[in-house]
Design a protein around this ligand. Structure first.
Ligand code: FAD
Length: 459
């Protein structure tokens, strides 16, 4: 058990860095947070990507551990399920869970970051903005920071560094120079672009606010998440490059007028909601998406990585931040449990690496489901059976989405059970068009044979 006051230097005061700062200060650690960008509370949020995020139980649990949940939930909008827009028919809500206890929440990235920074500062963390990590001497334990406004340099001594500096982590690059971290990145052939649905003339939401809207179109899709100022952020996910099947791609849409024609054809109901379409299209860049695989996350007791810096993932399960928040709780717990930093960092890595790998894979799987399957008859039948089996075998057959989103069981366990359950669903529904013709006694026997009762991690 660690008792004396120790010091940690956190690189990146984004979502994970700020939350970790609060958790560590509450445990008596001395904390400095260095952030490349300016203070968003003074200069406005300069996030530059994904304006709003889906917050789920794992993330909320971590926020509760930092006494930050109430302040964050003040800005959150409930999303009960997916509102699926296909053709000219009225959109249909596919609930995520059984009732309003099983929902996710849309939160503005900037609001969330600001709430966490305020709480970190109030807890006694020292915040240093406009300080981008540029180099590290791990032998002398000195880190160099550059002020992006004037190029001014600053040298800082450290006991240990925590890299919460995101997918392009500068700390990861510095660590890699002294220890091969076994890094590999797989970029998706799809990118994303954001557009905005403003409030209606009467100041309200233009479409159903308590849902995540999806316009699935096979190899591409749009989604829209609500913001508490009554706007929605629309994200178009589309291949970067022309496909062999002749499908659309960003490189075939050179300007806003071509983009408008593409939306008129493919997403007319979404286009009608985006009055500043041309300006948004021109202003917002196409973002890259990828998965970062890392064999090693720490350098003895001198540095450790977490969040996107250790395991960036594609956003299709809405779990990157939730996973990063779980990392923060796990690291704080391991630091409590070990006097030696190297032992704490090693234990943290051993605990979290299998779970990060599992949610990375499930996030990739979910992309196919969202863009291609949510309006497909086989998928809808399997989803109906999943819900029926949840009722027939409560606590034993728990739908995939519920295990990942409403529970806190390890992601790796959720993935193993998902694979088993998917097999049961596929075998049971093969050749059937409705639940009425299924062989229920055989399905029940298979569930009892292959799945043990499942309990959530205690609060
Ligand atoms: P970041 O949020 O990237 O924060 C890193 C911080 O480090 C930033 O403030 C940055 O300025 C700073 N920094 C960078 N370099 C340096 C440096 N050299 N020195 C000092 N500071 C530095 N996750 C969800 O859970 N739900 C969602 O719905 C969701 N949707 C997403 C949609 C999209 C399109 C994308 C791209 C991601 C989405 N994610 C979602 C994932 C989520 O955004 C990330 O997992 C999360 O932001 C990771 O937090 P982080 O603190 O590790 O990194």
């Amino acid at each position: 058990m660690n008792t004396g006051t120790r010091h940690l230097t956190i690189i990146g005061a984004g979502l994970a860095g700020a939350l970790l700062g609060i958790l560590l200060r509450r445990r008596g650690w001395d904390v400095d947070l260095y952030e490349k960008r300016g203070d968003p509370r003074v200069r406005g949020y300069e996030g530059g990507r994904s304006i709003n995020l889906a917050l789920a139980e794992r993330g909320r649990h971590a926020l509760r551990a930092a006494d930050a949940d109430d302040a964050v939930m003040h800005h959150a909008i409930m999303m009960r399920g997916r509102m699926v827009h296909v053709g000219d028919t009225e959109p249909v809500l596919q609930r995520y869970g059984r009732d309003d206890d099983e929902v996710i929440w849309s939160v503005h990235r900037g609001d969330l970051n600001i709430v966490l920074l305020d709480l970190a500062e109030a807890a006694g963390a020292r915040l240093h903005f406009d300080q981008g990590l540029s180099a590290v001497n791990f032998d002398s334990r000195r880190a160099m920071f550059v002020d992006p406004r004037d190029g001014g340099e600053r040298e800082v001594r450290f006991e240990a560094l925590v890299g919460a500096d995101g997918a392009g982590s500068a700390l990861r690059s510095a660590m890699h120079r002294v220890r091969d971290l076994g890094e590999r990145s797989d970029f998706l052939d799809h990118g994303y672009k954001e557009l905005e649905i403003p409030p209606a003339a009467d100041g309200g939401f233009r479409i159903e606010p308590n849902a995540l809207h999806i316009w699935p179109r096979g190899h591409y899709m749009c989604i829209a998440l609500p913001n508490d100022e009554r706007t929605f952020t629309v994200t178009l996910f589309l291949p970067h490059h022309a496909q062999t099947d002749g499908g659309p791609a960003f490189d075939q849409i050179p300007d806003a007028s071509r983009a408008r024609r593409f939306f008129e054809r493919e997403f007319p109901s979404a286009l009608a909601l985006v009055p500043r379409f041309d300006a948004d299209w021109d202003a917002n860049p196409v973002g890259q998406l990828g998965t970062l695989y890392l064999e090693r996350w720490h350098l003895d007791g001198r540095a450790v990585l977490l969040g996107d810096a250790a395991h960036a993932m594609v956003p299709f399960h809405g779990q990157g931040m939730n996973c990063a928040f779980e990392d923060c709780v796990a690291l704080a717990r391991q630091l409590d449990a070990h006097d030696d930093l190297a032992a704490a960092f090693a234990a943290f890595e051993a605990e979290r690496k299998p779970d990060a790998a599992a949610i990375q894979r499930m996030a990739l799987d979910n992309y196919l489901e969202m863009r291609d399957r949510v309006d497909d008859a086989d998928y809808l039948l399997q989803r109906a059976l999943e819900l029926a089996l949840q009722d027939r075998h409560p606590g034993r057959f728990v739908p995939h989405y519920a295990m990942v989103t409403f529970m806190r069981i390890p992601y790796s366990l959720a993935m193993t059970r998902t694979d088993i359950q998917r097999g049961i669903l596929e075998r049971a529904t093969a050749g059937h068009a409705t639940l009425d013709t299924l062989d229920w006694s055989a399905i029940d026997a298979e569930v009892l044979d292959l799945l043990t009762p499942l309990e959530d991690v205690p609060a």
